[in-house]
Design a protein around this ligand. Structure first.
Ligand SMILES: NC(=O)c1ccc[n+]([C@@H]2O[C@H](COP(=O)([O-])OP(=O)(O)OC[C@H]3O[C@@H](n4cnc5c(N)ncnc54)[C@H](OP(=O)(O)O)[C@@H]3O)[C@@H](O)[C@H]2O)c1
Length: 312
């Protein structure tokens, strides 16, 4: 890990030698297509160089459009940004992985991806539509494919050179560990919910030991109120160090050695959320000592996203 004295420039090495990823990332889970475009451009302009996408979010085309115009406007080259997208649950069958990958690449208008993730470890019935349900409205799981089968197809994508690294999302340590052991190409990144109310310390330790980047989503607790942004410890630290609660939470995440995703939707928020700086050690430790425990997103248990519904 290159912890720069400027926290915004921290980069985390990938365990497959393909380079490193900026710790501070911009997430594109934004339901409105127009806001997706403006927010992505604003994020690039503010300094974000890591963009997290997913076929599930239904907006890869808009992100792609914003990247094309945003890179040109900011004078940035494709290789100066790190782009991730994710395979959704209906595409876990090995034969569906490469077509799903190519479709994402095409929508994003890119030649290669820096990182491709299995979005959740849950396989749904193979289908071109994402939201297949039975007559009772329940998700239809696919028992004819294992996570390792899907992982093998992900490894082939790296072999074919269109994707530099692969990883998993919404995964627990007990699911990650056997994949890590069996993998020919080891997971480079795991993307999971994490914040001071869900530090996932055991998983973080495993990742550090194996050189896997731990990428935290929901660092601001999805902005829920009451929640992390109003937590008394976080608010007190923010007042003391002259930063906002959002900046304190993002700094804490990078300082503990993780990458982190945030989704500012306006130019001012993009500047605010990029402008993080190291917390004094006592402040960092005060946040580590917060005792509240809360998981906000049920996706890790079912494969079904929570209240953050995509556009389609
Ligand atoms: N792998 C997965 O299953 C998964 C699941 C969820 C998310 N993700 C990824 O993680 C990214 C981030 O997740 P998230 O959006 O839930 O994270 P988050 O940053 O914890 O929450 C976003 C919320 O915080 C608010 N917010 C943002 N900046 C703020 C600031 N400076 N001050 C006050 N409030 C602020 C936003 O409000 P406004 O709406 O008012 O802007 C929004 O309600 C997503 O875009 C996506 O890429 C992945």
């Amino acid at each position: 890990m290159t912890v720069s004295s400027d926290l915004r420039l921290t980069r985390l090495p990938l365990n497959n030698g393909s380079g490193d990823m900026p710790a501070l990332g911009f997430g594109t889970l934004i339901p409105e297509p127009g806001v997706t475009i403006t927010a992505t451009r604003d994020a690039l302009q503010a300094g974000f160089r890591h963009v997290d996408c997913a076929e599930r979010y239904g907006n890869e085309r808009e992100v792609g459009e914003a990247l094309r115009t945003g890179l040109a406007a900011a004078g940035i080259k494709r290789e100066d940004i790190f782009v991730t997208t994710k395979l959704w649950n209906n595409n876990h069958r090995p034969a569906r992985v490469e077509p799903a990958f190519e479709a994402s690449l095409n929508r994003l208008g890119l030649e290669y991806l820096d990182l491709y993730l299995i979005h959740t470890p849950f396989a749904f019935q193979p289908a071109d539509e994402q939201g297949q349900r039975d007559q009772n409205g329940n998700v239809i799981y696919d028992t004819g494919v294992t996570l390792l089968d899907t992982w093998r197809a992900m490894e082939s994508l790296v072999d074919h050179g269109k994707c530099r690294a692969i990883g998993l999302s919404d995964i627990t340590l007990s699911e990650l560990s056997p994949i890590y052991e069996s993998a020919r190409i080891k997971p480079a990144v795991v993307e999971i919910e994490s914040h001071p109310y869900l530090p996932e310390t055991e998983l973080l330790e495993f990742c550090k030991e194996k050189g896997i980047v731990f990428l935290a989503f929901a660092p601001l607790g999805h902005g829920m109120k009451p929640g992390l942004l109003e937590d008394p410890v976080v608010s007190a630290v923010a007042a003391r160090v002259g930063k906002t609660p959002a900046q304190v939470l993002l700094s804490w995440a990078v300082q503990r050695g993780t990458a982190v995703l945030t989704t500012p939707k306006t130019s001012d928020r993009a500047k605010e959320n990029f402008d993080i700086s190291a917390l004094p050690e006592d402040a960092f430790n005060e946040i580590n000592r917060i005792q509240t425990r809360q998981r906000l997103n049920p996706v890790v248990k079912t494969g079904v996203g929570g209240f953050l519904t995509p556009a389609k």
